[in-house]
Design a protein around this ligand. Structure first.
Ligand code: NAP
Ligand code: ZN
Ligand code: ZN
Length: 357
């Protein structure tokens, strides 16, 4: 008979041990597969800029970084084991994991389908703890994940699975606010920052029927922006072009990862326009009240999306043949990918192949 303690799932990952450290192989165990759990053999994990912010402790002290850290919350793979009470998945199914793996299931946010805003704080996929507030969570830069089936997503694997991984964060983080602020036919949507989130925002907003413009600091990305579905491209380093574009947009989806002046972007909104911030710069921003008052404008924020909306986004992307444009790397290239992402030198998401791990 196998002793109970060997039922914990042996897992191989890649961890960083401090903001200045390098990624190293890291072996750990995940919990035994419980009655409602599924075991996912991870195929691919995207590299989100949030991984970089947290690995390098750039959000501390607001969001502290706990080490060793195994980042990764854009996870896709195949189910290799299911618990006795699992109904949503079978062994062999493709599945995904996004930014959180559990929540209290009782608060208004959880019962309202926006578990990401759980009032008791949901269990983040990494750099967090299980709902017991004690057991650390390790993310998708690893070969296995054990998760309650209610927090796993069904993945349509008809297309390229590596391109599906970034939908689990970049996809839902752009889909949710675009839907909420009603991007669609007749709406002029600007996507600020053409990186991992931004390129998904362009594809999704275009698929929703909006007229899309990219606001970018990288003129070299103009041709790509058009191929992704944008009609317009504004080089935000060109002061004259920015002045000329004042009042042009109904919605700005701000995905910029670095510190920037919100006032100059708000100036690009027309009457009743909305700028929804999803990018998380490290410093507070000085806001001129007149940037909002003149033109009756809204400055909003948005964090990922709930489980049912994430499933809706995956189904929307499958129906519109939308996947992420990815550069697949092996785990020994994580640092290089981080450095290139910070330099805006990624077309448009790095994804780690975990199969050889
Ligand atoms: P990313 O791939 O690095 O893209 C960020 C883009 O921002 C860059 O490609 C660049 O686009 C632009 N940018 C960079 N530095 C800039 C600067 N100094 N001024 C103006 N623009 C600049 O990052 P990502 O993975 O898409 O993530 C973007 C941000 O969203 C990060 O802060 C991340 O933590 C955050 N995030 C938030 C949520 C949420 O739920 N709210 C979820 C996921 C990620 P151009 O080259 O086109 O200028
Ligand atoms: Zn992310
Ligand atoms: Zn809750």
């Amino acid at each position: 008979m196998i002793p109970a303690e060997t039922k914990a799932v042996a897992t191989k990952g890649f961890a960083i041990d401090g903001p200045e450290a390098k990624f190293e192989p890291f072996e750990f165990t995940r919990r035994e597969v419980g009655p409602n759990d599924v075991l996912i053999d991870i195929a691919y994990c995207g590299i989100c800029h949030s991984d970089i912010h947290q690995a390098r402790a750039e959000w501390a002290p607001s969001i502290p970084s706990a080490y060793p850290m195994v980042p990764g919350h854009e996870i896709v793979g195949r189910i290799s084991q299911i618990g006795a009470d699992v109904t949503k998945f079978a062994v062999g199914d493709f599945a995904g994991i996004g930014c959180f793996v559990d929540s209290c299931r009782e608060c208004a946010a959880c019962t309202g389908g926006v578990e990401q805003y759980c009032m008791k704080r949901c269990a983040m996929t990494y750099n967090g703890t299980e709902m017991d507030r004690t057991t650390p969570t390790y993310g998708g830069y690893s070969n296995k994940y054990v998760i309650d089936e209610d927090y796993a997503l069904k993945v349509n694997a008809a297309g390229d699975l590596s391109g599906v991984a970034p939908l689990l964060c970049a996809g839902i983080t752009t889909y949710s606010p675009l839907k909420r602020w009603e991007a669609g036919p007749g709406k002029k949507v600007a996507v600020a920052g053409l990186g991992g989130l931004g390129h998904m925002g362009v594809k999704i907003a275009a698929a929703m029927g909006a007229e899309v413009t990219v606001l970018s600091t990288s003129p070299s990305k103009e041709a790509d922006a058009k191929k992704l579905g944008a009609k317009g491209f504004l080089n935000t380093k060109d002061a004259d072009a920015v002045t000329a574009a004042a009042g042009s947009f109904d919605i700005i989806l701000d995905t910029i990862s670095a510190n920037h002046d919100y006032n100059s972007y708000l100036n690009l909104l027309g009457l009743n326009g909305v700028m929804v911030v999803v990018g998380v710069p490290t410093e507070p921003v000085a806001l001129n009240a007149l940037s909002l008052i003149l033109g009756n404008k809204v400055l909003a924020g948005s964090m990922i999306g709930g489980i049912s909306e994430t499933q809706e986004m995956l189904d929307f992307c499958a129906a519109h043949n939308i996947v992420s444009d990815v550069e697949v790397i092996t785990p020994d290239r994580i640092e290089e990918a981080y450095d290139r992402t910070v330099k805006s030198d990624v077309r448009y998401r790095f994804v780690i192949d975990m199969q050889g791990n």
